[in-house]
Design a protein around this ligand. Structure first.
Ligand code: ATP
Length: 442
């Protein structure tokens, strides 16, 4: 029996199972739990930090490393009010907040369809605008002049550094600036595990293009971003592209799509891809007095590039990959939980498992471990029966287990077990790296 999203529409209890697994196996813990928790903030544990890093690395690899038209930056999280005044966030980065007159819970009006999710009442206060930015003060004096904000998106770092990047890299449109990092939003109702939290990580890229080419590049990025998910093993039936209706578009955007994932509660946004026109560069140029444009020396042409932005939450993407890969099946009459994660995302890629704890196996086992560690994130586990250890690795998505037994001392071969098929083959230690490389299609 299968209850995971891997084989159809997500089961209703999938969310609970994934949240439990995440906690039990050290992927994602509720934050500050020893103090009773801090609502809707999460800490990534020993396995979670690996997986989150893998999600970010996979994104960085495809968006920056494998391209010659995109460069990366890492901008400051703390920023002055001037940035957010120019970008429009001080005025417009708001959600409509309503209070339920019956139970006094507060909700985001556009997310509850007129009914209080807590008590069922339909009696609400008039919506008022609530700015989602976290405001603080830089330095010891709290005055109007020291107001600073935690960035609610990484994108503005790319716009404010546009001229710096142009002059230091000699890139010319079409080219992109990418960034991965933390963003903060004082969400009215953070919910659904790490889907919507107040502190999260984003992976964003601003692609600057000649204005006439914007529509073409928008289509290109929608296609490219869908392909990224599919390449990492996301099943096609759990993804869809939803075009924003004209009345849904932000004031700066002429085209937007949401790349949606079939979450246990239904289709919801995974990634946004927007054609932002020249809104951002014009706004910062106006407010700062700097020229934020591209000058083509060969033709003498000067223009403000238009921007295509794919924006994805790293933490939200990790959650989608967990949900999509979760499965329960039966192996030799026993039920098991398994994450069918692509090897690039798996928190542990190879588990090295000496069959016995006896000292004779230790030397060779550690030799095998040492050979694999430069290439793969490895685990080394000598506890419990081998069957139990395989199950523990399946449950966190480890694609390959390498078992060292007493014969290994004689034949210098080990057993490689595949997570998805559970098939085991004997492989010479000297050929182990080549065997694993061929299994990942290298
Ligand atoms: P929403 O309307 O759902 O609040 P948004 O459309 O404002 O979200 P964007 O500003 O487009 O979201 O953010 C880009 C991406 O960043 C989203 O697609 C999502 O993956 C991620 N993201 C945004 N807000 C959060 C959050 N509070 N927690 C986790 N991820 C988030």
């Amino acid at each position: 029996m299968t209850s995971g999203a891997a084989s159809g529409a997500p089961a209703r209890d999938l969310m609970e199972k994934v949240v439990n697994l995440a906690k039990r196996r050290g992927l994602i813990f509720p934050s500050a739990e020893i103090y009773g928790g801090f609502r809707s903030t999460y800490d990534y544990g020993p396995l979670g930090v690996n997986m989150l890093r893998n999600v970010k690395d996979a994104w960085w690899r495809s968006m920056v490393v494998m391209r010659d038209d995109v460069v990366g930056i890492d901008a400051a999280i703390l920023s002055p009010a001037a940035v957010w005044a120019a970008s429009g966030h001080l005025e417009n980065f708001t959600d409509p907040l309503v209070d339920c007159r019956n139970c006094h819970e507060r909700w985001r009006a556009d997310k509850i369809e007129g009914v209080c999710p807590n008590c069922g009442s339909t009696d609400f206060t008039e919506p008022r605008s609530f700015n989602l930015m976290f405001k603080t003060h830089a330095g010891p004096v709290e005055s109007e002049g020291t107001v600073a904000y935690l960035r609610p998106e990484t994108a503005q770092g790319m716009f404010t550094n546009f001229a710096n990047v142009l002059t230091t890299t000699r890139k010319k449109p079409p080219f992109g600036i990418a960034q991965v990092g933390k963003s903060f939003r004082n969400e009215i109702t953070p919910q659904n595990f790490v889907f919507r939290t107040r502190e999260f990580e984003q992976m964003e890229m601003e692609y600057f293009v000649p204005p006439a080419e914007a529509a073409k590049w928008f289509d290109y990025w929608v296609e490219t971003r869908v392909a990224w998910f599919l390449d990492l093993g996301m099943p096609e039936h759990l993804l869809r592209v939803r075009r924003h209706e004209p009345d849904e578009l932000s004031h700066y955007s002429s085209q937007t799509v949401d790349l949606e994932f079939l979450f246990p509660w239904g289709w919801d946004e995974l990634e946004g891809i927007a054609n932002r026109g020249d809104f951002d560069l014009q706004a910062h140029a106006r407010a700062s007095g700097e020229r934020l444009e591209y000058f083509e020396q060969s033709t003498g042409e000067r223009y403000v590039p238009h921007v295509i932005e794919p924006a994805l939450g790293a933490t939200r993407a990790m959650m989608a990959f967990l949900l999509a890969s979760y499965d329960e099946d039966e192996v030799a009459g026993e039920s098991r939980t398994v994450l069918h994660l692509d090897w690039r995302l798996a928190p542990i890629q190879v588990a090295v498992l000496p069959l016995s704890r006896k000292e004779e196996l230790d030397g060779l086992s550690r030799q095998v471990l040492g050979m694999l560690q430069p290439h793969y994130m490895c685990d080394f586990d000598t506890t419990q029966s081998i069957g139990r250890r395989y199950r523990r690795q399946d449950e966190v998505g480890t694609p390959w287990c390498v078992t060292i037994d007493f014969d290994s001392l004689v034949d210098r071969a080990v057993t490689v077990r595949d997570r998805d098929t559970t098939e085991q083959v004997r492989v010479p230690i000297d050929g182990l790296l080549a065997e694993l490389a061929s299994r990942r299609g290298a």
